[in-house]
Design a protein around this ligand. Structure first.
Ligand SMILES: [Zn+2]
Length: 340
């Protein structure tokens, strides 16, 4: 067990601490470490872990997690709350998605490697703390700065975890997400890369209920999305029995997505959408126009089936092959499961 778990078990009664998990150092001597804040409730109970970011330019989750933990009173709690505001401090400082020193994607690098590249080392340092300590972990993200998106969730299923889809959806519903996307760990048709290296998937493998909460756009503060996350943390902590009081009601149903993909540009130009992020685009409709420098306007190819715009490009400058929208292609509305 790591330092945080040891501290949670080291005493009785309500207490709060903060510190840093040392990973290594820079040539200058500056420490590379992961900051944390931990609250031990006055009475024992379950542990909720909020992981503010894995990608360095995704900001809303850090702010939400830090504001939430500031407002907690350990004396009123039965169980624990841990916040690791950033899992990727070098990328945060550089205002970039990836660590500039090795260019790896941290959310494809879990469970990490204690002897590996720096991204693999920070991944290992976090997993070492989470394992055997967190009952529920939220892996906080945003889309990149070029896109708009209403808050949504992404979850995976790990067959050996013993954690059911119903348990995941009952926790996810606390956040009133626009969509709950079930991601195939094979990853076909979404993004290249090692989806099984995501923090939430590796947490599931370790027996921790975990999912991704996507809070809008990167590189900026979006107060409405931060507030939605804070309300969701409180509702989930109540659902877990950590916080007193009556949980704010979850939505009666969730829209779960089973297939999604990117729509990319055939030609360069300035993309002017006819829709907003979150909208349904019907079969046969075009999402918008590409303006050419000769004064032309060319509609982008029509949808061959209905699609929901999970995220929509808000930076109009596009080149061939760049992404215009992230689209849900198959979905179903299902009743929110009750907590077992
Ligand atoms: Zn991300």
């Amino acid at each position: 067990m790591g330092m945080v778990g040891d501290w949670l078990k080291s005493g009785d009664g309500g207490a709060r601490t903060s510190g840093r998990l040392r990973v290594g150092s820079m040539a200058s001597g500056a420490e590379v470490s992961l900051p944390y804040v931990a609250l031990r409730g006055a009475r024992p109970g379950r542990t909720l872990w909020l992981h503010g970011q894995v990608h360095g330019d995704e900001i809303n989750g850090i702010v939400a997690a830090l504001q939430f933990v500031r407002g907690l009173d350990a004396e009123a709690m039965s169980g624990n709350v841990v916040v690791t505001p950033t899992g990727n401090p070098q990328a945060l400082d550089a205002r970039r998605k990836r660590n500039p020193y090795d260019e790896l994607d941290l959310d494809q690098s879990y469970p990490g490697n204690v002897d590996g590249l720096i991204t693999e080392r920070v991944a290992h340092a976090l997993m070492n703390e989470v394992k055997g300590v967190a009952d529920v972990l939220i892996n906080l993200h945003t889309m990149n700065p070029l896109f708009d998106a209403p808050p949504y969730t992404v979850y995976k299923h790990h067959p050996a975890s013993g954690i059911t889809e119903d348990q995941l959806l009952a926790a996810i519903a606390c956040f009133h997400p626009h969509l709950a996307c079930r991601q195939d760990v094979g990853g076909k048709g979404e993004l290249p890369g090692n989806i099984a290296g995501a923090l939430d998937y590796q947490c599931l493998a370790a027996g921790t209920l975990a999912f991704m909460l996507e809070l809008g756009s990167g590189s900026r503060l979006q107060p409405n999305n931060v507030a939605l996350a804070e309300r969701g943390f409180a509702a989930l902590a109540q659902q877990m029995g950590i916080l007193p009081g009556t949980q704010a009601p979850s939505p009666a149903s969730l829209r779960t997505v089973s297939r999604r993909g990117w729509v990319t540009a055939r030609e360069g130009g300035l993309f002017v959408p006819r829709y907003q992020a979150g909208d349904l685009v019907k079969k046969g409709q075009s999402m918008g126009d590409l303006l050419g420098m000769d004064g032309s306007a060319t509609p982008v190819p029509v949808f061959e089936r209905d699609g929901i715009l999970i995220g929509l490009r808000s930076d109009p400058v596009v080149h061939t092959g760049e992404r215009l929208a992230f689209v849900a292609w198959e979905w179903a509305d299902r009743q929110t499961p009750r907590v077992a």
